[in-house]
Design a protein around this ligand. Structure first.
Ligand code: ZN
Length: 277
């Protein structure tokens, strides 16, 4: 499942590939992908519009268009943008298709059907339900150890649950949260509000380091929109995980073995010795 580094790299690639391109036609093939915009309206609003920029907020991809219009897309589990050469066959599970003025098409394919899109006016961006409650961006100046301290104080949940809550910390999912907690040597099971004050700056630093490294090393998924036949899985960062998916292996920092704890169908990987508190 794409987390901040994957979405960041997808947004950067799309910005490079489609900024400046005009939409000749737009088709919503699975109406449930954009439940608030019927297919006819989707087509009408996007036809003739030009992509000016593609950015990211949390795990959302933000396509800025002239008009001024914004298309918000969330990849969820398996959503993927593919840039198709002219006359290429549509990928399986194509749920939206944008024909571009250079003859190519941008397809959104989504095997599991959890992806979501929304069209809004640019002036509505800050009030959009999807975005308004998100925590500050990890690399923004307002995401500080003090911010984290306050965010943690106001919750009764465990540290892991809190790191996954996009209104507290945005961008982390199951993989990078595990890596962050390992790097900061903190237990996933401690109550966030009980985390010792001196550990908060360490956790803050670990968030920036883990996300920064994953972005620098190409993340854990194949995020290249031009690699149409390539598998979605197995990005270059995958081999660098320290605890995620390493159950039973020796910890990279001590002789203990990495453990996996399963709760509500989700796995938590951790070192019982390095991450005692
Ligand atoms: Zn260890």
């Amino acid at each position: 499942m794409p987390e901040l580094p994957e979405v960041e790299l997808v947004a950067r690639a799309l910005d490079r590939l489609v900024a400046g391109r005009r939409v000749v036609s737009a088709k919503l093939l699975r109406p449930g992908l954009a439940p608030e915009t019927p297919p006819a309206r989707f087509a009408r609003l996007l036809r003739g519009r030009q992509f000016s920029r593609v950015t990211r907020r949390g795990k959302h991809i933000i396509f800025e268009l002239d008009a001024p219009l914004i298309l918000i897309a969330h990849l969820r589990m398996t959503g993927r943008f593919l840039l198709l050469p002219a006359a290429a066959p549509l990928p399986k599970h194509t749920h939206a298709l944008f024909r571009l003025d250079d003859g190519r098409s941008l397809a959104f394919s989504d095997q599991r059907h959890f992806g979501i899109m929304k069209l809004i006016r640019t002036s509505e961006l800050n009030e959009a339900r999807e975005l308004r409650s998100l925590a500050p961006e990890p690399f923004a100046p307002d995401f500080t150890p003090d911010y984290l301290r306050v965010a943690f104080a106001g919750t009764r949940r465990t540290l892991k649950e809190t790191l996954l809550d996009q209104t507290k910390v945005t961008g982390l999912g199951n993989i990078y949260a595990a890596e962050v907690m390992f790097r900061a040597r903190v237990s996933p099971f401690v109550a966030a509000s009980r985390l010792a004050a001196r550990r908060v700056p360490r956790l803050h630093r670990a968030i920036l380091e883990v996300l920064g490294e994953a972005i620098a090393h190409g993340s854990t998924m194949n995020v290249d929109p031009e690699d149409i036949d390539g598998s979605y899985y197995g990005g270059p960062y995958e081999g660098r995980w320290r605890v995620y998916a390493r159950e039973g292996e020796t910890c990279t920092a001590c002789p203990a073995r990495v453990r996996r704890f399963v709760h509500a169908g989700r796995s938590t990987f951790y070192c019982p010795r390095c991450q005692r508190r």
